[in-house]
Each structure stands twice: as structure tokens, then as C-alpha cells.
Design a protein around this ligand. Structure first.
Ligand SMILES: Cc1cc2nc3c(=O)[nH]c(=O)nc-3n(C[C@H](O)[C@H](O)[C@H](O)COP(=O)(O)OP(=O)(O)OC[C@H]3O[C@@H](n4cnc5c(N)ncnc54)[C@H](O)[C@@H]3O)c2cc1C
Length: 466
């Protein structure tokens, strides 16, 4: 039997970051992963033309004090990250809206495209956004706030939130001033943008989530080599601190034993004092013998993804494009140009209902075909230019693909959908109340995206009294 201080189940971005942070603190860490590579929904697959990002493509939360920056600094990770400015280029009804990182430039884009003058509103919202990020960092184990943590929400830099409680009780739509709501085109634009960043549209998205989602493109970064670089760099960090990673080792059973937990994979049995779960709570409960942990998650989105590659005499410089079409929108992420190659790899994603992709029947194949046609039509209309010599479809992914490679029930991805402030309470806390079981990943607080799963990893370390 192998013995360690902390065993992490799942090498998604949440599990990788947690394993690296715990190992850096001096704990003996093991990480077990079902798949033969790491990253999960933010993973990669390799082809002759290079690595494709499976799902997640953008990084955010790199400003000072934000979760990704903190993890990179704490672990001293050496990765080539560049801000994308504009963060996203939106193509809508023949117009191009550049989501600049500078607030004045962003306001001008909104003025030119939607005839709304919103600079002072955006300035105010930006203050809320800064405060929200600071507030997110306060609770080490939401909803089990410590008194000290509650008090620190009254700090100068987060107090603005307490004076604007409507942020937490209104929808983003109702929170917007009337002049914004009156522009149906602006609302349509906001809805599609929020769908990428919050999995919600304005009428159902809580205002505080809407603000975080609206400014997401202002804090958007690409990584040289894509998500593979981030995953590999985290793996290296884990190993450099004495941690070990076991691939193709799905956890099959978890047993509570004296002083810790017994973890069974097909090849090994482990004993650990602390257990860190980076998998869906639903799956975790089926593996755990004895009482489990409840989560009311509601319905979660699935994703269709197309993987393309292009050969171009001149690379496409703006990497992230949202293209509106009849069915909603598609999000195109283009790999960073590489010095020795004319090829760029593209991951295109769109939200779908997981129930439409439950089994591989005729309907499934037709949906895949339709999606491929839709992606190529959008690419040809908005991104194709005279420098592009070839466009090739590598493959199409569906919720069943995500189910197969990440073990997520029905292939659901992207985290819980927030309908109100109360949905935060549906997220798993980062530590079980009376056991040494920690939860990281996008089913846990604070939720969606790499930025949040890194925060959950930071919280797991904060919760452990070292
Ligand atoms: C199409 C798409 C686009 C996205 N775009 C972005 C983006 O641009 N930016 C962003 O920040 N976020 C994005 N996201 C969201 C982001 O990818 C996820 O929120 C995040 O990667 C989730 O990480 P995680 O660690 O919680 O879980 P996962 O990625 O699901 O990782 C869980 C890991 O556990 C493993 N596992 C499961 N069961 C077991 C078991 N029994 N034993 C051992 N291992 C097991 C899985 O194989 C997997 O590796 C996107 C998601 C999708 C699907």
C-alpha cells in the first residue's frame, strides 16, 4: 500500500493546482487520474500539427491579487502568457465589436456599435468588479464563513458591495440602466457574451455574475502552446516538490479508515490522511462507502466542439472571436502563431443540451454534421481571408466526448448555472465540515472556469492548518 499526506482524485485544472500547492507546502502528494493525460475540460490532445485545446482556451484572473496570478506566483510557474487585447472580437449583424481591455476604448466600442453612452456606468461597475474579486478571496470555506472572514467583508476595498445589495438580488438585466435595456441589440450582444462567461443570459444571470462576466474579456490571456503548457507546467511543479502522478488510474472506491482514507484504483491501494476530490460530487458519492455529500446542481450545459486547423501565409492575430449566427453564437479560439509553422489550430465551442446527445444514434450523427456545417459557414463568412490556404476539420466533440474523457455525468461542463445569489449555496464548500475531505473544481466554490477552480485549490490549502 502506498501512503501519502494528501491524495487528489482527478487531474483537471482544479486537481493539478491543488496537488501542486499542497506539495509545495511540504506534503507528500499523490494524484490519480483516469485519463492518460491531465487537464480534464481544460485538457489537450496531440496531433501532427500540434496540441489542440479540448475545451477551455482562455485564461483570466491574472491581474494582481486574482487567483491565477496568485497560483502562478506561489508556485513560481514559468509560462509564456500574453494578454489578448481585444480580449474577444464579437461579430454581430455585420458589425465588429472589439472587447478592449481599456475602459474608455470599450465604452467607445459600445457607443459606436449600439449608440449608448455608458462610460460612467462601466466605470462604476469596474469598481464593483474589483471589489467582487477581493470578496471572493475572503471565505476560505463558503458557506462556512468564519466570523473573522465576515468582518473582513467590511474592509474598505469590498465595502462598496455591502452598500449595493441589489447586485446580489437583481438580475443583470434589471440591474442595467434603462438606456442599456432599451437597446435590444445591446441586450442580445450582452446575452451571448454572458453565455460564454457565466453560462447565463442577462434576464436570469444575477447582477454580480453579470458584472464579472461582462469584464471577463478585459482580463483574457493566451498561453503559448495552449492549455497543454499549463497542464504540463503544473505537473512539473507537483513532481519537483516530491509529488507523484498516476495516469490511467481511475479511482474505483474510497473507504473511510482509522486516521484517513483508503483509495482503490485497479493497480494500487493508497492510504491518505487528507483526501482532495476534483471530480463531480455525484461521482464521488458513488465511490465513497458510507454517507456522502449532497449537491443540488440542477441542469448543467453541455458543449459541442469543433477542432479545425488552418494553413495561412500570414497568421490570424486576434485569437478569440465570438460569431453570432441564427442559432446563437459560436466561440472561435485560435492558437497563438508559432515561429516555425504556418499552421494554427482552432477550437470552436457552443452550448448544447446534454439530453440531445445521450446516445450515438442517427439523431446524434445528424447533430454533429449540422454543427460542423454551422462552424464552417461562420468561419468562411467572418474569418476566412486571402492569406489562408487550407481549412481542415480535425474532429467534432460532443457531450459524449466530454463524458468519455472526463467522467462528468452526461458530459455536463462549465459548472453550475447561477440563477440567484442562493445558487452559490448549491456549490460544494472547499472542505467537508468535520472530515479531512477537500473539494476543488467547478462544482465547488467559487465555481466556473479555470480562474475559479484555481481559487478553490487555494482555498483547500487555506483550510488545512499546516
Ligand atoms: C468547451 C469549453 C470551453 C471552456 N472555455 C473556458 C475558457 O476559455 N476559460 C476558462 O477558464 N474555462 C473554460 N471552460 C471551463 C473550464 O474548462 C472548467 O471549468 C475547468 O477546466 C474545470 O476543471 P475541473 O478541475 O473542475 O474539472 P475537470 O476538468 O472535469 O477535471 C476532472 C478530472 O478528473 C478526472 N476524473 C474523473 N473521474 C475520475 C476518477 N474516478 N478517478 C480519477 N480521475 C477522475 C477526469 O478525467 C478529469 O481529468 C470551458 C469548458 C468547456 C467545456
Amino acid at each position: 500500500m502506498k501512503t501519502c499526506d494528501a491524495l487528489v482524485i482527478g487531474a483537471g485544472m482544479g486537481g493539478l493546482a491543488a496537488a501542486a500547492l499542497w506539495a509545495q507546502k511540504g506534503h507528500k502528494v499523490y494524484l490519480v487520474e483516469s485519463h492518460y493525460s491531465s487537464g480534464g475540460c481544460a485538457g489537450y490532445f496531440k496531433r501532427r500539427e500540434g496540441p489542440y485545446d479540448v475545451g477551455a482556451t482562455t485564461l483570466s484572473g491574472l491581474r494582481d491579487g486574482r487567483p491565477v496570478k496568485k497560483v502562478i506566483d506561489k508556485l513560481n510557474l514559468n509560462i509564456d502568457i500574453a494578454q489578448s487585447d481585444p480580449g474577444i472580437v464579437v461579430h454581430m449583424d455585420g458589425n465588429v465589436i472589439n472587447m478592449h481591455s481599456d475602459l474608455r476604448e470599450l465604452s467607445n466600442e459600445f457607443k459606436n456599435n449600439f449608440s449608448i453612452d455608458c462610460h460612467s456606468t462601466l466605470k462604476k461597475w469596474k469598481r464593483y468588479e474589483d471589489a467582487l474579486w477581493k470578496a471572493l478571496d475572503v471565505p476560505s470555506n463558503f458557506p462556512y464563513l468564519k466570523f473573522k472572514e465576515l468582518l473582513s467583508l467590511f474592509r474598505k476595498d469590498t465595502r462598496v458591495l455591502l452598500f449595493n445589495p441589489q447586485l446580489f438580488f437583481k438580475s443583470f438585466y434589471d440591474f442595467m440602466p434603462k438606456f442599456m435595456r432599451e437597446s435590444s441589440d445591446f441586450v442580445r450582444f450582452i446575452d451571448q457574451l454572458l453565455l460564454i462567461s457565466t453560462q447565463q443570459t442577462s434576464k436570469t444571470c444575477p447582477a454580480f455574475m453579470g458584472i464579472l462576466g461582462l469584464f471577463y474579456p478585459m482580463d483574457t490571456y493566451s498561453i503559448s502552446g495552449g492549455m497543454r503548457t499549463l497542464a504540463k507546467t503544473l505537473e512539473k511543479s507537483i513532481k519537483s516538490h516530491g509529488g507523484e502522478i498516476f495516469f490511467k488510474s481511475p479511482c474505483e472506491r474510497i473507504v473511510r479508515v482509522q486516521g484517513g482514507y483508503g483509495i482503490y484504483t485497479q493497480k494500487e491501494v493508497f492510504f491518505t490522511k487528507n483526501l482532495i476530490s476534483n471530480i463531480s460530487p455525484e461521482v464521488f458519492n458513488t465511490l465513497l462507502e458510507g454517507p456522502g455529500f449532497k449537491q443540488n446542481k440542477g441542469k448543467i450545459w453541455g458543449a459541442n466542439v469543433a477542432y479545425l486547423n488552418i494553413k495561412a501565409k500570414r497568421p490570424i492575430d486576434n485569437l478569440y472571436h465570438q460569431i453570432h449566427d441564427q442559432e446563437g453564437s459560436l466561440f472561435f479560439s485560435i492558437s497563438r502563431p508559432e515561429a516555425d509553422s504556418l499552421i494554427q489550430r482552432i477550437t470552436v465551442s457552443s452550448h448544447v443540451d446534454v439530453d440531445d446527445y445521450e446516445k450515438r444514434d442517427n439523431h446524434y450523427e445528424l447533430n454533429k454534421e449540422r454543427f460542423q456545417k454551422r462552424v464552417l459557414a461562420a468561419f468562411n463568412k467572418y474569418l476566412l481571408n486571402e492569406n489562408i490556404e487550407t481549412v481542415r476539420v480535425e474532429s467534432i466533440g460532443t457531450p459524449l466526448t466530454f463524458k468519455h474523457y472526463t467522467g462528468r455525468p452526461k458530459g455536463e461542463v462549465g459548472g453550475l448555472i447561477h440563477h440567484s445569489v442562493f445558487s452559490l449555496f448549491r456549490l460544494m464548500p472547499n472542505k467537508a465540515p468535520s472530515e479531512d475531505i477537500y473539494f476543488v473544481g467547478d462544482y465547488t466554490f467559487p465555481g466556473q472556469g479555470i480562474v475559479s477552480v484555481f481559487q478553490s485549490a487555494l482555498n483547500s490549502v487555506k483550510n488545512k492548518s499546516h
